[in-house]
Design a protein around this ligand. Structure first.
Ligand code: PLP
Length: 396
């Protein structure tokens, strides 16, 4: 069986983790700080705080910006639940926008049409690793800031938060993801391009009109019970005594996981290169089948090639699901990214109705995600292309 997305760990990765296990300090500490500095240097952003997940990073981004009851946050219909659930968790209203026809993302114009005086933030999604360009939104929204203080007042517009769970290493023109939106949330979950088993990070961009030391301090407080000293500072400092400054959450990344991320970051450019190469091999191998892959490289845009999202030349969901079954018979694991939010029970309960999101629904109906991971050989990709050819309805 060709698996969908197993992690690829090297002896160096294992050694890095073992060395933290032997060090006598396994939770948040010096290795985490080193990983944060390396991530900041990697994207060229202003600062990074590592966390327990991208979900935590998105939620703390909203809390950092004082988003809460009475506020609205815009999210796309075509994403994983984490993008929107965090909006509900902070007590704000989720405003969902459809994608463009034939696409899995909305245009900036569609996002702008959903902005109201209550919009405090917009969460865009770099689906499959393809970066969403927030710069036109930043320009068009300027002048629509809150008068209630906070980052929205200083920016004079709603805050733009990138859900970059898929897109570490992606670039728009000369800016890496991390330097484009105001705040950027990354995931290091087990299936991601770079993994710490579970983990995430929040970055803030250069030039954000805020005190950057304050941002870092607030995020550390929010992610560790609002405690004025972390465990290491309590152990190694001159005094045990600490305060609880805010009622915070618990979302810090331990050093034992940071070591895994730091080790992979050292070879991460070559990981993205190989993933982009594999997407090109799929594009070539499937070019005469009617199966089209989401583009991952265009002038001024480079994706991190996280997911090989493909559109099948089939009429709808039934035939797409039959294709997936047929691929499994041929020994190839595939997946679907994503069932649009308004089709899921919890979101239906919030009043969302898929009939109002026809483009997301139709993209979903014929979408399939092909395997994409570092253990795939060129021969494996040829096998997947062959299986896909035979799994299409006309060829059975
Ligand atoms: C688009 C998107 N956003 C957010 C997340 C949440 O990431 P995490 O599992 O690190 O919380 C995921 C996870 O797969 C995702 O795909």
């Amino acid at each position: 069986m060709i698996p969908f997305s197993p992690p690829t760990l090297t002896e160096d990765d294992i050694e890095a983790v073992v060395s933290v296990l032997r060090s006598g300090w396994i939770t948040t500490g010096p290795v985490g700080r080193e990983f944060e500095a390396a991530l900041t240097a990697y994207t060229g952003c202003a600062g990074t705080v590592t966390l327990s997940s991208a979900t935590a990073a998105l939620e703390l981004a909203l809390r950092l910006c004082d988003v809460g009851p009475g506020d609205e946050v815009i999210v796309p219909a075509y994403t994983y639940t984490a993008t929107a659930a965090v909006v509900h968790h902070v007590g704000a209203s989720i405003v969902v926008v459809d994608t463009e026809p034939g696409s899995c993302t909305p245009s900036p114009e569609r996002v702008l049409a959903a902005v109201s005086p209550r919009t405090k933030a917009v969460i865009t999604v770099d689906l499959a690793g393809v970066p969403f360009d927030t710069r036109p939104l930043a320009e068009a929204l300027t002048g629509q800031g809150s008068r209630a203080g906070g980052l929205q007042q200083r920016l004079d517009r709603p805050v733009l938060i990138a859900d970059a769970a898929h897109s570490l290493g992606a670039r728009l023109d000369h800016a890496a993801v991390g330097e484009v939106a105001d705040l950027t949330a990354f995931s290091f979950h087990a299936v991601k391009n770079l993994t710490t088993a579970e983990g995430g990070a929040l970055q803030w961009r250069t030039g954000l009109p805020a005190d950057h030391d304050d941002i870092e301090r607030s995020l550390r407080l929010l992610s560790l019970h609002g405690q004025s000293k972390d465990a290491l500072a309590k152990t190694t400092g001159t005094s045990w005594e600490y305060d609880i400054e805010v009622l915070g959450w618990k979302a810090n990344m331990p050093d034992v996981l940071a070591a895994l991320g730091l080790s992979q970051l050292a070879r991460y450019d070559s990981i993205v290169e190989r993933r982009l190469e594999m997407v090109s091999l799929y594009q070539e191998g499937l070019s005469d089948t009617g199966i089209t892959l989401l583009p991952h490289q265009q002038p001024g845009l480079r994706s991190s090639a996280h997911l090989a999202i493909a559109t099948l030349p089939v009429p709808g969901v039934e035939e797409r699901n039959a294709f997936i079954d047929q691929m499994r018979h041929c020994g190839v694991a595939t997946n679907v990214h994503y069932k649009p939010l308004p089709m899921l029970t919890a979101y239906k309960r919030l009043g969302l109705d898929i009939s109002r999101y026809p483009h997301a629904a139709s993209f979903y109906a014929t979408e399939v995600t092909l395997p994409l991971h570092m253990a795939l050989t060129d021969d494996d990709i040829a096998r997947v292309c062959h299986a896909a050819r035979t799994a299409l309805p006309g060829s059975r």
